[in-house]
Design a protein around this ligand. Structure first.
Ligand code: F6P
Length: 409
């Protein structure tokens, strides 16, 4: 057989990752890289997301070096560079990106990202016709994937993005660990969890034993706050210690300004217009102490769920999605993103269970109402069932023993 008949020989596929990192990006890169090499592609990596296609370009060759997909973060580095003009950066960078795709002879681009990075990829596909395949990623789990979860005969539209399973594992473990210190002081612990617009990750604290959770989808208005303090008192009376998980992006009524607002760590915005969150747990803890008289502490989980190794579930998820990405490549179907069709346990994360979504319909997907109990400020059994697919059975130990009081004798 002549060389020219070999599939994709002489063609180049480039991979980039943008936005907040997750423990599953290197695994996604490894899985896409390995499959593309088998198809005959030369594989490049673009440094720092879209930034690596600006100016002279910052591109590395991944073809002949081993790639460690178990290690978290992204070895291709990341940034929140927006190719399109924004308030923060009015320059139109699209011509530079198009020029560099030509200069580096990049035939196909795989963009690993959330709403921002893949939203930009979609616009470049629609406007400039770049051959792009999106690849989902976010620990917030808020990028629409149309993954269906069947619970007691009900079909629920869930979301399953690589990175979330590893992040959820971290948060459930952290919550479980916090229990011993919390029990020792009979405190209320308010645990802040990443999640700008959606409470998926915060729900994993419930899986680790948290009793109460506040999410961005349910605004904490003045009336709701009153009810919340009542629920806190009731639950504390039952258990003598409580863990309350709070999404960083929760909308919390400010008694002084009489406005609903979010708590930011800085007023600076990134190129997609997002401010950096941080500190709502402190506000909630101090108001709880004031209103209930119970000692409360705040703990920000911060970058912990984004750190560390890729979980076993994420390894299989990225592998199944990479299979589907290659399917798209072989068919020449660009402007699409592979997704899981159905919520399944790890052993069923296989290509036959995947589907694709048109990058045109990329967007945020908040928690479905069925997953959150607004009255009790907690997640429902339906959500626990959703997470059981990813994390197995919940395990929430407590000290357990009840000692007999001794009277002076
Ligand atoms: O990418 C989403 C996210 O993880 C959010 O939950 C969080 O608000 C944000 O990233 C923080 O990102 P960084 O501080 O790295 O810009």
């Amino acid at each position: 057989m002549e060389q020219k008949d070999k599939l994709f020989r002489g063609k180049t596929l480039a991979i980039l990752s943008g936005g907040g990192d997750t423990p599953a990006i290197n695994s996604s890169i490894e899985n896409v890289r390995r499959r593309a090499l088998l198809l005959g592609f030369k594989v490049y990596g673009i440094h720092r997301g879209w930034k690596g296609l600006l100016g002279e370009g910052d591109v590395v060759d991944l073809t002949n070096v081993p790639y460690n997909g178990c290690y978290g973060g992204t070895a291709l580095l990341s940034s929140r560079t927006n190719p399109f003009p924004t308030k923060k950066n009015p320059e139109d960078r699209v011509p530079q990106i198009m020029e560099n795709l030509k200069r580096y002879h990049i035939d196909t681009l795989v963009t690993i990202g959330g709403d921002d990075t893949n939203g930009a990829a979609k616009r470049l596909y629609e406007q400039e016709g770049i051959p792009v395949i999106g690849f989902p990623k976010t620990i917030d789990n808020d990028l629409r994937t149309h993954t269906m979860h069947t619970y007691k005969g009900q079909e629920i539209e869930a979301v399953l993005c690589p990175g979330f399973p590893s992040g959820a594992l971290c948060i459930s473990e952290l919550t479980r660990h916090l229990r011993s210190t919390n029990e020792s002081h009979q405190r209320i612990m308010v645990l802040e969890v990443m999640g700008r617009d959606a409470g998926w990750l915060t729900g994993s604290a419930i899986f680790g034993g948290a009793e109460i959770a506040l999410v961005p989808e349910v605004e904490m208005t003045a009336e709701r706050k009153e009810r919340f303090f009542e629920v806190v008192k009731k639950r504390y009376a039952e258990k003598k210690n409580l863990i309350i998980a709070v999404s960083e992006g929760v909308r919390w009524w400010n008694d002084e300004t009489k406005e609903l607002g979010m708590v930011y760590a800085s007023s600076e915005t990134d190129e997609y217009g997002h401010k950096r969150f941080g500190g709502v747990s402190g506000v909630v803890a101090s108001e709880i102490s004031k209103r209930t008289g119970i000692e409360a502490r705040a703990q920000i989980s911060g970058y912990y769920p984004r750190s560390g190794a890729c979980s076993a579930y994420d390894r299989r998820l990225t592998s199944a999605l990479a299979d589907k990405a290659m399917d798209l490549l072989l068919r020449g179907e660009y402007g699409k993103m592979p997704v899981m069709r159905q919520m399944v346990d790890a052993e069923y994360l296989e290509e036959y269970n995947t589907s694709t979504i048109d990058m045109g319909s990329i967007g945020n997907h908040p928690l479905e109402a069925v997953y959150y109990d607004e009255k009790e400020f907690t997640f429902t059994d339906a959500y626990v069932d959703f997470l059981c697919h990813v994390l197995g059975e919940p395990y929430c130990p407590s000290f357990g023993s009840v000692f007999t009081p001794v009277k002076p004798w």
